[in-house]
Design a protein around this ligand. Sequence first.
Ligand code: ATP
Ligand code: MG
Ligand code: FE
Length: 351
Amino acid sequence: MKVLGIETSCDETGVAVYDTAGGLSAHAVYSQIALHALYGGVVPELASRDHVRKTLPLIRQTLAEAGLSTTDLDGVAYTAGPGLVGALLVGAGVARALAWSLDVPAIGVHHMEGHLLAPLMDDPVQRNALHAGRQPDPFVALLVSGGHTQLVGVDGIGRYRLLGETLDDAAGEAFDKTAKLMGLPYPGGPQLAAIAQQGRPGAFKFSRPMTDRPGLDFSFSGLKTQVLLAWRASDQAESTRADIARAFEDAVVDTLAIKCARALDATGFRRLVVSGGVGANLRLRAKLKDLAEKRGAVVGFPPPVLCTDNGAMIAFAGALRLQAGQQEDLGVHVTPRWDMSTLPAVELVSA
Ligand code: ATP
Ligand code: MG
Ligand code: FE
């Protein structure tokens, strides 16, 4: 089954073709970062208009790269939420119309389910097991992106339990805001992480929020304030910025790791899967790998390009649901706020 995936929930247009027989056929992402940088954040109306401009050219490009035409497609998946309503409607409208014109089913995908399943798509053994009808061993998913920080207990595909989440800023948002207050251009998260490589560990010390009490929730907004105070009181030299960046990164990474360990203990699961943009962070990857090894658990990450927003994860999650017989009616529906635990379970079938 060849499924076209369309992602337009925020500021990236992502398109991909996923083939249940062979994996990812082609994918392309167009980032609107330059467009929004001028404003220091995503401007929803500009995002929608840019998706209108980019979605069809990207579909043509992706199909050409895969050596396919629209008539080869067996289904169309699109991000139906959560996200910006106008941006979502662009992808949903294009996907629904295309599927209707081709007389193939369409499926609306939860963006965070896309992130959550992306690591499984990248592993041929796990991917093939899913398409052969076998559920994965239960695992803990750490979703760390620009808008979410969640620990999810995954009992099966479509069976998600929220174990904990951020009470304020998401981890990626904290990276971006912290970068901004130290004068780095939007979105500063990856740049802050790059600068932190030059920083001296321990030169500054920030707290590990909410690790001194039981529970799996997070809070990152206070860290940002600690950084602001340290930065203002400092000489603001390049090397100081690097030291502060390093201390901030260590605080976030440690906090995430402590809660991941607790989530593994609480569930008894032996597998941790990390996804979302902050999953591209090298120090986080190293720390969680170390943590998992010490506990006899395994940790999986998608490659960095599949951590941030992309159409491939939407095509993959959509393919699993389409294979299980799920599909949308002919309306164009999006759900800007959407709780993942309300998703229907997926009864996997052998292809
Ligand atoms: P959501 O998925 O919650 O709707 P989003 O789609 O905007 O949010 P992603 O595209 O998954 O989020 O990830 C983007 C976020 O990841 C940004 O906040 C960015 O700063 C952060 N990020 C990307 N690379 C790194 C890195 N190497 N270190 C830390 N943060 C990073
Ligand atoms: Mg984004
Ligand atoms: Fe995302």
